[in-house]
Design a protein around this ligand. Structure first.
Ligand code: PEP
Length: 249
């Protein structure tokens, strides 16, 4: 089946209020490229302003707590994201898994919280360099999928992002053959668990995607979009990736 390509910007901890104009420019330029879904996940502090400045656009959080509310100082709950107009949330980014000690069980609970709040979820998986070098990348990622993907959800509302940790922010990118093998293995594991519904789930690639490599990566089998960090911060760098997504759709 044909899945619409999905290109998502993860702004990480970048952007003050002036950056809202850049998001408007990105969404406006995206209108020239039909057939691709575009989302931006800015820091929490910018979501409200971005929703107000770009109504109807897909804007999301980069993380959420698994609880609906409570004594969790500094955390943001999924219903709070929905309440300020976010449509989606990223969970399980490797910077959360590694930097904040999030386990597969934590990620699964966060994904469930996002879905319960009515958000779409982008659930990240990916292996560290030593696992790739030892030949264990596919087993590692499939174990993350088994442990962190919830059991019951609308397949169109949960996307997987395969992001090899060693490719994030480094300029390194796996070979197209390795990306195809990993995405095929992920699709196979999802099909084994969810049957035909796996065909409706999008599997994004993330890790040093840029305007030069996007067409090849997005044209690879079972790659349904891209999760983009550094190159999503400006329209000049992000729009060529969106264009590549549209061209490969
Ligand atoms: C990311 O952090 O999700 C990411 C893919 O970053 P970059 O594109 O900068 O490698």
């Amino acid at each position: 089946m044909t899945r619409r390509k999905f290109v998502v910007g993860n702004w990480k901890m970048n952007g003050l209020s002036g950056a809202v104009g850049e998001a408007q420019a990105i969404f406006a330029a995206a209108d020239d490229h039909a057939g691709v879904d575009v989302a931006i996940c800015p820091p929490f502090t910018l979501i409200g302003a971005m929703v107000a400045a770009a109504p109807g656009r897909a804007i999301g959080g980069q993380d959420c707590h698994s609880a609906e509310s409570g004594a969790f100082t500094g955390s943001v709950a999924a219903p709070m994201l929905a309440d300020i107009g976010a449509e989606l949330v990223i969970v399980g980014h490797s910077e959360r898994r590694e930097g904040f000690g999030e386990s597969d069980a934590d990620v699964r609970a966060k994904a469930g919280a996002g879905l319960a709040a009515g958000l779409s979820v982008i659930l990240c998986v990916g292996e560290p360099r030593e696992v790739r070098e030892s030949g264990g990348a596919i087993d590692f990622v499939l174990a993350q999928i088994a442990g962190s993907v919830p059991d019951d959800f609308d397949p169109q509302r949960l996307a997987i992002a395969y992001e090899p940790i060693w490719a994030i922010g480094t300029g390194l990118v796996p070979t197209v053959a390795d990306v195809a093998a990993m995405h095929g293995a992920i699709r196979g594991a999802l099909a084994g668990r969810f049957g035909d519904a796996a065909d409706r789930m999008r599997i994004l690639y993330g890790g040093s995607v840029n305007g030069e490599n996007a067409a090849e990566l997005l044209g690879t089998g079972d790659v349904d979009g891209a999760l983009v960090g550094g190159a999503s911060l400006t329209a000049a760098k992000f729009v060529p990736i969106i264009a590549a997504g549209a061209a490969s759709g």
